[in-house]
Design a protein around this ligand. Structure first.
Ligand code: HEC
Length: 144
C-alpha cells in the first residue's frame, strides 16, 4: 500500500498534466481553425475584387484612363500579394504561391508601363494576368 500511495500522486499529476495538455491543444486547434476559416472567407472577397479589377484595368488602359488603371493595378498587386501569403502560410500550396506571385508581378509592372506611356506593355501585362486565372482555377478551385 505504501508503494501504491507513493505512485498514485505522480500518476494523478501526470493525468492532470495530460488533461491540461489536451485542453491547450484543443484551444490551439480551435484558434487555427478559426484563422483558417476567416482566411477562406477573405479569399472569396479577394477573388471577387480580382475578378472585377482584372476587367476594369483592361478597360481603363484601353481608354487611356491612366489614373484609374494605375489604381486597379495597385489593388490587383495588393490582392495577389494577400493571395500569395494565404497560399504560403495557410493553405501550403506551392504552385499557387508561384502563380499568385507571377500575377502580382504582372500587376505591379502596369503602373511603370503606363508612366512610360507604354500602353501596349501595360495592356499585355493585364491580359496575361487575366489569361492566367484558369491556370490556378483548373487545379485549385474549388478548395477541397
Ligand atoms: C493562384 C490561384 C488563383 C488565381 C491566380 C486566381 N484565382 Fe480565382 N479562385 C481561386 C480559388 C482556389 C478559388 C475557389 C475558392 C473557394 O473554393 O472558396 C477561386 C474562386 C474564384 C471566384 C469565385 C469566388 C466566389 O465568390 O466563390 C472568382 C469569381 C474568381 N476566382 C475569379 C478569378 C479571376 C478573374 C482571376 C484572374 C484575374 C482569378 N480568379 C485568379 C484561385 C485563384
Amino acid at each position: 500500500m505504501r508503494s501504491t500511495r507513493r505512485i498514485d500522486p505522480p500518476a494523478t499529476r501526470r493525468a492532470r498534466a495530460t488533461l491540461a495538455a489536451v485542453a491547450a491543444l484543443a484551444i490551439v486547434a480551435g484558434a487555427a481553425t478559426t484563422a483558417r476559416a476567416a482566411s477562406m472567407l477573405d479569399f472569396d472577397v479577394w477573388m471577387r475584387a480580382i475578378d472585377r479589377r482584372s476587367v476594369d484595368v483592361q478597360r481603363h488602359i484601353d481608354a487611356r484612363r491612366t489614373d484609374a488603371a494605375v489604381a486597379d493595378a495597385r489593388e490587383l498587386a495588393r490582392l495577389y500579394g494577400l493571395m500569395a501569403a494565404y497560399f504560403a502560410d495557410d493553405a501550403h500550396v506551392a504552385d499557387a504561391v508561384e502563380m499568385s506571385r507571377s500575377g502580382q508581378a504582372l500587376a505591379a509592372a502596369i503602373p511603370g508601363a503606363l508612366a512610360a506611356q507604354d500602353y501596349d506593355g501595360a495592356s499585355r501585362a493585364a491580359v496575361d494576368l487575366a489569361h492566367a486565372c484558369n491556370d490556378c482555377h483548373d487545379v485549385h478551385k474549388p478548395f477541397p
